[in-house]
Ligand binder design. Structure first.
Ligand SMILES: [Zn+2]
Length: 78
């Protein structure tokens, strides 16, 4: 079983698709049981998606789209 620290360390690689099948499975198992890491991975995912917007000036629509996404994930979930 992975520890929270290991899951967090691997989260960005998970989202980039850099992990092999076995590593992904180990993280998924951890996420099923760990609410803390689920939230961490979600927020990291949102952040990674938001980064392209940060290179240029984002339109208001883009910003509110990201904010809505963050908000919906924060209020969702078990
Ligand atoms: Zn955890």
């Amino acid at each position: 079983m992975l520890k929270c620290r290991e899951t967090e360390d691997n989260a960005d690689q998970l989202l980039n698709g850099d992990l092999n099948r076995r590593q992904r499975l180990a993280i998924k198992m951890h996420l099923l049981m760990c609410r803390h890491c689920r939230r961490y991975v979600r927020q990291l995912w949102v952040l990674l998606r938001a980064i392209p917007f940060m290179h240029g000036k984002a339109s208001e629509a883009e910003v509110s789209q990201v904010m809505e996404h963050i908000h919906s994930h924060q209020t969702n979930g078990p």
